[in-house]
Every structure is written in C-alpha cells, then in structure tokens.
Design a binder for this molecule. Structure first.
Ligand code: FES
Length: 254
C-alpha cells in the first residue's frame, strides 16, 4: 500500500518546527505503525537526510514509550491500542496521515515526535510507591483481598504512563494518569497506611504541572489500556478526605 505522510519535524526543544511531507510506496498492511516509520527512516538515511526521532522500546504495548498524534488522535484510530500495536491495515491504500508529537504544555518537544514526559515521573516521585519494605511475596491467602478490589486495582495498574490522556485532554490535565497510579495502591490493603498522604502529595504535584479536569472524557477514549474515568472520582473522593485526615495526623504528631 502507499501512504502520504505529513510529519512534524523540530530539531530541538526551543527551535521552530514545521511539517514535512513524505511518500512511501511499499508499505505492508501487516506492518505496525512504528515499522512503517522505520521504513521512512531507512529511506531518509539512504537519501542522506536526518531520520525522524520518535520514542519506542518494547513495541508490545507495555512500556508506554511510544506515543504520537496520528490524524489528530492520540495513538491513532484504533481504540485501546498503543501506537506500536497499531497496524497499517487500519489505514486505506493512499491514505494521508498527519503525525505530530503529544501536544501539551507539560510535555516539551525534545526532537520531532519525541517529548519530555518527566512531569509524569514527578507525580510518581511524590507518592506513587509504598515505603514499607515488603520482603518476598507472602502466602497469597495471608491477606485476603476481595476479588472486585483486586480486579479494580489491576485495571488501574494497567496504566503504561504513555501520556495519551494528557495529550488528548483539551486542558492538558493528567487526572486519569494520576488517578490510576493513586488507585492501584490505594485500593489494596498494603496501600492503606499512606493512602491519604499519597493522594494529597500526588495531586498537589500534578497541579503544579498539568491543567484542570473538566470531565471531557477524552482521556478515557484515548487511553490504550481503556482505563475508566471512574478512577478520577475515587481520587477526588480520597483527596477531599485527605484534607481532614492529614490535618489530624499533623495535629497528632505535633
Ligand atoms: S513501544 Fe512500548 S508501549 Fe509502545
């Protein structure tokens, strides 16, 4: 199949960027989108031109490295699919495809399609962990967890930190990402001791970098792991409770 590409090219973070156009004539419908970009880069290198920079690692929908706006949609036209798992058969022969980096105030373009998503790491650094040493895996039934709770926690833990939710949000908000990272710990018994300090620290850090949530729901539609915006409601509930619980903790320790 043939495709006509319009790709955002930007040499460095603060350099001006613009679209460049390329034609590829021999794309297999069975290629992944990233393999198609590999072909483009081989062609550019053969012509002595600079290849397109883009992030990728596992190419299995696990690591969250890949991510780009494809025809205005985060990760492209297939729902619940990361860019690396998107196949060219989802496009028509002769398709015009516009490829841009994530567009969000908190994500600076490093080069071409590669962006700095460090602001998401700073939210995790603020509280996305359990501080108690847990040792080796305990016997599975020593701490019973209801099936619905374990399932909900696993659903939240599916977040791969790709940033599609932020890129898709008109406000550049990271509420779905933060809510998933808060929930997968806060739902489980092991997450309870730090439940309220965690949610407060992570939400406060999130608000330093990202926009506000006005419940457009674009994040849920763009998420390659189809994480539900219900987690945002859980996070908001815990954040409100934290305003009282954490104040009491501080008063007790004074
Ligand atoms: S490259 Fe790892 S999720 Fe796409």
């Amino acid at each position: 199949m043939r495709v006509h590409l319009r790709v955002w090219r930007q040499p460095a973070a603060h350099a001006p960027g613009g679209f460049e156009e390329y034609d590829l004539d021999d794309v297999s419908p069975d290629m992944s989108f990233l393999e198609m970009l590999d072909i483009l880069n081989e062609q550019l290198v053969a012509e002595g031109r600079e290849p397109v920079a883009f992030d990728h690692d596992c190419r299995e929908g696990i690591c969250g490295s890949c991510g780009m706006m494809i025809n205005g949609q985060a990760h492209g036209p297939e729902r619940g699919t990361a860019t690396c798992q998107l196949h060219m058969r989802k496009f028509d022969d002769g398709a015009h495809i516009v490829i841009e980096p994530w567009r969000a105030a908190a994500f600076t373009v490093i080069k071409d399609l590669s962006v700095d998503r460090g602001a998401l790491d700073r939210i995790i650094q603020a509280g996305g962990y359990i501080t108690a040493p847990t040792g080796s895996a305990p016997e599975a039934n020593s701490l019973p967890v209801p099936k619905e709770v374990a399932d909900a926690s696993m659903d939240a833990a599916a977040c791969i930190q790709c940033g599609a939710c932020v890129a898709a949000c008109p406000n550049g908000a990271a509420h779905l990402f933060t809510a998933a990272k808060v929930a997968h710990l806060n739902l489980l018994p092991q997450g309870q001791p730090e439940r309220f300090t965690r949610v407060q620290a992570m939400v406060d850090e999130m608000e330093r970098w990202f926009g506000s949530c006005t419940m457009h729901g674009e994040c849920e539609a763009a998420c390659p792991k189809e994480i539900s915006i219900d987690f945002i409601a859980l996070m908001n509930r815990d954040y409100v409770k934290a305003q009282f619980k954490n104040r009491r903790l501080i008063a007790q320790s004074a």
